[in-house]
Design a protein around this ligand. Structure first.
Ligand SMILES: [Zn+2]
Ligand SMILES: [Zn+2]
Length: 312
């Protein structure tokens, strides 16, 4: 029987936890082929199905709740009706699910041990951030006992459950973070992943541009880059053709939106309030889970999958 995936647990953590903590069960054999650096979308689909999360809604549920995918999907073009475009029928590798740069928060480990009796790797700790959004402590990228990193071909993820040199990661001491910008980045990433709605990128770019023109960015964040982002936003808005949706371009705008929110707002909630003033019909995140694109770039054919993913 498969173990229960935990809220906030990364997919790779779940795969390896089934192998190392559930090794007497046949499910460990099922997961072994998936314990590798990069997964195919079709493999994610297989794992979701085994968890009882069926069809296109099941794949998107796994992507949204246990991978880094939300950063690519929360702010999106309003013409895109699918959560993950053609991922459901794709045989491609998904580089976003790459198993690398793992890190951990000592306080989260202690808390997880207290709450669940075991700890796990958190998906939000593997991204381009240095601080735990919950505890405001520095994320640790190396084993405190042997100094190895947590790469696939270095320290395996099993160190979370097996320990290293007879010691547990729970023994490591948390180091407080004193950089407010790093903490803000971490909280913003956390808030984007928790957002219950899709945000139109067309509206987001305009809201951010107007806000950056009207606020003194020094209020929120000392940065010499404010003018650069304002110019980039102006350029992007001017050339954005609302009739043509190109997912490749959307990806390049996500980083711009993230940095502009960092500059213009104290928090993601403030940004969301302004978005709601311009858009009173925000699409709930789950509303796009059942639909996928039947072709690639510039294709506007969408298919709705009837699988019910209420399980789990
Ligand atoms: Zn933490
Ligand atoms: Zn070690």
């Amino acid at each position: 029987m498969l173990l229960q995936i935990q809220s906030g647990e990364s997919l790779h953590s779940y795969i390896d936890r089934n192998i190392f903590l559930n090794w007497k069960d046949p499910s460990a054999d099922f997961f072994r082929p998936f314990s590798k650096t990069v997964l195919l979308f079709s493999e994610l689909k297989t794992i979701a199905s085994a968890m009882g999360w069926l069809g296109c809604p099941g794949l998107n549920r796994l992507l949204h709740l246990h991978t880094e995918y939300p950063i690519h999907s929360v702010i999106r073009n309003s013409q895109d009706l699918s959560y993950s475009q053609d991922a459901y029928i794709s045989e491609a590798k998904w580089m976003g699910a790459k198993r690398q740069d793992y890190s951990f928060c000592p306080d989260c480990i202690k808390e997880d041990l207290y709450t669940h009796g075991f700890s796990f790797w958190h998906r939000l700790h593997h991204q381009n951030i240095d601080v735990c959004a919950k505890h405001n402590v520095i994320l640790q990228r190396r084993c405190p006992f042997c100094k190895r990193g947590f790469y696939f071909d270095n320290h395996g993820l099993e160190v979370m459950w097996n320990g290293c040199e007879g010691r547990s990661l729970a023994e490591s001491v948390a180091v407080a973070n004193h950089d407010p910008i790093e903490y803000k980045r971490s909280k913003l990433l956390n808030d984007i992943h928790s957002c219950e709605y899709h945000i139109s990128e067309q509206i987001a770019l305009k809201v951010l541009y107007e806000k950056l023109l009207s606020v003194d960015c020094q209020d929120f964040l000392p940065s010499q880059n404010a003018d650069i982002y304002i110019n980039q936003l102006e350029w992007t808005i001017s050339r954005m053709d609302l009739k043509i949706f190109a997912s490749r371009e959307q990806l390049s705008r996500i980083g711009l939106c993230f940095e502009a929110i960092m500059l213009a707002y104290e928090s993601f909630d403030g940004f969301l309030i302004d978005i709601k003033c311009h858009d009173n019909a925000l699409r709930p995140i789950e509303s796009l889970w059942g639909t996928y694109k039947s072709g690639r770039e510039f294709c506007f054919d969408y298919v709705t999958d009837d699988f019910n993913s209420e399980l789990g």
